[in-house]
Design a protein around this ligand. Structure first.
Ligand code: UD1
Length: 422
């Protein structure tokens, strides 16, 4: 298994290009199952999660061609011969459940393995299933699989989510495009990735209104056509790299970045004393001399502070002046990076969903273990700010969500290297 070695750094300077969003691409790819005509995605990120979704779609009979070094994905689902998403693929990636709604909507039947637990909490799929039931799906859970049927096709219905779920909103939105009649999704997720999905579906001929608000209305149509769609910028990759100069000092411009993708996060950086400026090319982040200030953070669905940036923000706050309180409201077990940061000298107290971070002057390099995708990158960020060398082990998580992390950071002056394991 590969490791990453980071050596504590001085100020960073330069530009980092931001890729297309992993989480948008993972829901745009299954949208191909809704149509017999080709769907082409441009600005796709080159990540192992995207390769897993490619493998899953191919196993169902879709053709997926990767072009321009993986930046363009051309997909065609005119020949779906298998309607079972197998456990062996689904267990690798929870987003696999997103093939359920589209397959069921187009062909009236689908069998998808339940994703099971994962490192950051139980993460059930009950809301996905309830939404499809509200559209007339008949579901049967047997031997770890969801067997779904809609013999006469799905029917429009009212789906009132008890709490916000990004994935359940996406599954329901895709399924509703081909359901008979009108579907209303209430308490829908408002994430930019949902807006991106709705825009792509509209290009394919879907009738959708209200994306980006908590009520989305979909008028079902008989069939969808093909389309070409650019994947929206990855706001989590953007926020992660914004934290590199925030931690090390210097000035870095994140190409393609926009404040509206991360307004709540930018407000917290501002409160910590980091300057963020919109430029013609993206976002410029500057940190001057002196320590950053402690800030309190609470994760929330969009437009609140993203849970996917909580670990990285904690890495910054480990060296802030004062005490910061971080509350994790989306996932019940998402502080696994805290003990690893403590190995580097951070002072953190975790009680349930709350972490209290007392800033120290400097972290010290140490061998640490990556426990999940965002935790891995938070340890790299912390390593950039630490004295000496930090070895981040088990970095395979990182490759699920960050393309060429070492190259991107090295280009702005970071001392970072990957050591290949077996
Ligand atoms: C997506 C993102 C993930 C991000 C998360 C929250 C993708 C591929 N992943 O995950 O990076 O951290 O949004 O912003 O887009 N829940 C249920 N039942 C369900 C569905 C969800 O109880 O049927 C719970 C989850 O356990 C969690 C909360 O709802 O506690 C929110 O999860 P959800 O928004 O669905 O996250 P994902 O779509 O899995």
């Amino acid at each position: 298994m590969d490791s990453i070695i980071v050596t504590g750094n001085g100020p960073l300077k330069g530009q980092i290009p931001i890729a297309g969003a992993k989480n948008a691409c993972l829901t745009l790819m299954p949208a191909t199952l809704l149509s017999e005509e080709p769907l082409t995605l441009t600005n796709a990120p080159r990540l192992s999660d995207i390769r897993t979704m490619t493998e899953l779609l191919r196993s169902l009979g879709a053709e997926v061609t990767s072009m321009q070094d993986g930046k363009v994905l051309s997909m065609s689902s005119h020949n779906i011969h298998n309607h079972t998403a197998d456990y062996d693929i689904v267990r690798k990636m929870r987003a696999s459940i997103l093939v359920l709604g589209p397959m069921l909507a187009r062909d009236g039947h689908a069998v998808v393995s339940l994703p099971g637990g994962c490192a950051i909490g139980a993460r059930p799929v009950d809301l996905h299933l309830k939404a499809l039931e509200a559209m007339g799906a008949e579901l049967d859970l047997r031997e770890g699989y969801v067997h779904a049927k809609a013999p006469g096709g799905l029917k429009g219905g009212i789906v009132d989510f008890p709490f916000v779920s990004v994935g359940a909103t996406e599954n329901a939105l895709m399924a509703a495009t081909l359901a008979k009649g009108t579907t209303v999704l209430k308490n829908a997720a408002r994430e930019p990735e949902i807006v991106d999905l709705a825009r792509c579906l509209r290009k394919m001929g879907a009738q959708i209104e209200g994306e980006g608000t908590s009520t989305i209305t979909i008028q079902g149509v008989d069939r969808l056509n093909g389309a070409t769609h650019p994947v929206v910028t990855d706001r989590i990759e953007l926020g992660t790299y914004m934290l590199a100069p925030a931690i090390c000092g210097g000035e870095v411009e994140l190409l393609g970045g926009r404040i509206e993708l991360l307004a709540a996060f930018c407000e917290k950086l501002d409160a910590a004393g980091i300057n963020v400026e919109q430029t013609a090319l993206g976002l410029k982040v500057t940190r001057g001399n002196g320590r950053v200030r402690a800030v309190d953070v609470m994760t929330e669905p969009f437009p609140g502070f993203p849970t996917d940036l909580q670990a990285q923000m904690m890495a910054l706050l480990c060296t802030a002046e004062g005490v910061s309180v971080l509350e994790e409201k989306i996932f019940e077990n998402r502080f696994m990076h805290a003990p690893e940061l403590m190995r580097m000298g951070a002072k953190i107290d975790v009680h349930g969903g709350t972490a209290t971070v007392t800033g120290v002057e400097r972290l010290k390099g140490a061998p640490v273990m990556a426990t999940d995708l965002r935790a891995s990158v938070s340890l790299i960020l912390a390593g950039l700010a630490a004295e000496g060398e930090t070895i981040v082990n088990r970095v395979y998580h990182l490759d699920r969500g960050y393309e060429r992390v070492e190259e991107k950071l090295r280009a702005v002056g970071a001392k970072i290297e990957r050591i290949s394991g077996q």
